[in-house]
Design a protein around this ligand. Structure first.
Ligand SMILES: Nc1ncnc2c1ncn2[C@@H]1O[C@H](COP(=O)(O)OP(=O)(O)OP(=O)(O)O)[C@@H](O)[C@H]1O
Ligand SMILES: CC(=O)C(=O)O
Ligand SMILES: [K+]
Ligand SMILES: [Mg+2]
Length: 454
């Protein structure tokens, strides 16, 4: 794994702190650079935690009560707590209530003060803190809840906690506009002097699709959050939206994560369905930077198996892609805002082309800020890319990007000595060998060299 995501919808602060520290100490112990991503809860409407039950079954025709009241434990039978105060006011009799985008379905039959009585029309399993949406005349209702802030007061406290713990990424749920991303970025800059936490926009609502390009430009990356997105737009639109976001992110040089239900059946079973393998392959073929598990690793029975399936399917499809020499002809537009950036960009474009044309064994990139490594990753060259940077936090963030194998190294302006050190480092790890043909790039010298490993 490259990144550990903490979903702030679940668990308390102590639990998350322990998870962050466990990742950090494994990094120290084993020399990994696994990054930590905090994923905000956001102000979406969801159910309570079912009074400790791991799930409850709703049967066809049963009448359940959805309420904003807080109940004493144990919860009364067939009662669900809802986190959004305006719930009873916003819904109308006749509305359809979808749990987790359709895992179960109810119809609103009566409102009694804060209690909303609903009849189950599509039976299913209700999971703790499952997402709720309500629909009227075939479209999703977003009355006052559309006015809820993207970053809630609880999210701000979580973000402060994330800054204090030094997480690498903050993923913002239900982003509606670029403004909220800019706001968070300036907050982080003011709060965490010198640190460079990256902000990822989660694309999972109709509003985020309306302002897509502006949001991605303002962010340091994006996530195709298919779980909630599939509850907001008709499911058959999700694949084309995914492709569009993945391509746009690559054009804008922002890392992109494809998330949710990639291997959903592995929550219960030790092997994936064939359809899931095809879905993973499609995301790899689209050349997304990262694939993300959720329930499979958070509470599934086979978390490590799910991860190795993700890995072996990805490696296989990439190998096939290389063997067939299928370099897709995606015309990349320039992303540089200054002339010196433009030089780096041209160097990376040429280096990737040379790497494929010459069939080199690896590209080495020496980069202080990580920018040159990201420009090279954007070209998706057909060989491993070893990225060397002077800072551990840059190294961890580069771990999210396509094809990069990042290392931390205190390097100098003397390329000869940098190269010799990295050759011995990688030879010792069996990652390269004498005679390999490599290309080396540096953002300090703005150079490009081709050579054989001595
Ligand atoms: N820390 C945790 N402990 C126990 N169960 C968890 C934890 N995190 C997630 N889960 C469970 O994993 C499943 C997936 O979680 P959930 O649906 O909230 O995540 P998601 O769709 O990936 O993200 P989001 O909530 O940001 O939309 C759910 O059944 C949830 O209850
Ligand atoms: C990951 C996430 O938030 C989703 O798929 O909804
Ligand atoms: K979340
Ligand atoms: Mg979501």
């Amino acid at each position: 794994m490259n990144v550990a995501r903490l979903n702030m919808c679940h668990g308390d602060r102590e639990w998350h702190r322990a998870a962050i520290r466990a990742v950090r100490s494994l990094n120290e112990e084993k020399g990994f650079a696994v990054a930590v991503m905090m994923d905000t809860e956001g102000s979406e409407i969801h159910m309570g935690d079912l009074g400790g039950a791991s799930s409850v079954k709703a049967e066809d025709g049963e009448v359940w009560t959805f309420s904003v009241r807080s109940f004493e434990l144990p919860l009364p039978e067939r009662t669900i707590n809802v986190n959004y105060d305006g719930f009873a006011e916003d819904v109308r009799v006749g509305d359809e209530l979808l749990v987790d985008g359709g895992m179960a379905r109810f119809e609103v039959i009566e409102k009694i003060g804060p209690d909303v009585k609903c009849r189950c029309t599509d039976p299913g399993l209700l999971l703790p803190r499952a997402n709720l949406t309500f629909w009227r005349d075939g479209s999703i209702v977003r009355e006052r809840n559309a006015m809820l802030p993207t970053i809630s007061s609880k999210d701000w406290l979580d973000i402060d906690f994330g800054i204090a713990e030094g997480v690498d990424f903050i993923a913002v749920s239900f982003v509606k506009s670029a403004e909220v991303i800019r706001h968070l970025k300036s907050y982080i800059a003011a709060r965490s002097r010198g640190s460079d936490m990256a902000v990822i926009a989660k694309i999972e609502s109709i509003d985020s699709l309306k302002n897509l390009e502006e949001i991605i430009r303002a962010s340091d990356g994006a996530m195709v959050a298919r779980g909630d997105m599939g509850a907001q737009v008709p499911l058959e639109q999700v694949p084309s939206i995914q492709q569009k976001i993945v391509q746009l992110c690559r054009q804008l040089n922002k890392p992109v994560i494809v998330a949710s239900q990639l291997l959903e059946s592995m929550i219960e079973y030790p092997t994936p369905t064939r359809a899931e393998v095809a879905d993973v392959s499609e995301a790899v073929r689209q050349r997304a930077d990262a694939l993300m598990l959720s329930g499979e690793s958070a509470m599934g029975r086979y978390p490590d198996k799910a991860l190795s399936v993700l890995r072996s399917v990805s490696l296989r499809i990439e190998k096939w892609w290389r063997e067939e020499k299928r370099h897709e002809a995606l015309e990349l537009r320039s992303v540089s805002s200054s002339f010196s950036d433009k030089i780096s960009e041209e160097i990376c474009n040429s280096a990737a082309k040379m790497a494929n044309g010459l069939g080199v064994d690896a590209v080495f990139v020496f980069t202080k800020t990580g920018h040159m490594a990201s420009l090279l990753s954007r070209c998706r060259p057909d060989c491993p890319v070893f990225a060397f940077t002077t800072s551990t936090s840059v190294r961890r963030r580069l771990n999210l990007q396509w094809g990069l194998i990042p290392f931390r190294l205190a390097f100098s302006d003397d390329m000869e000595s940098n190269l010799n050190r990295t050759f011995s480092l990688l030879k010792a790890r069996g990652m390269i060998q004498s005679g390999d043909l490599v290309i080396a790039l540096s953002d300090m010298l703005q150079s490009i060299q081709v050579m054989n490993v001595p």
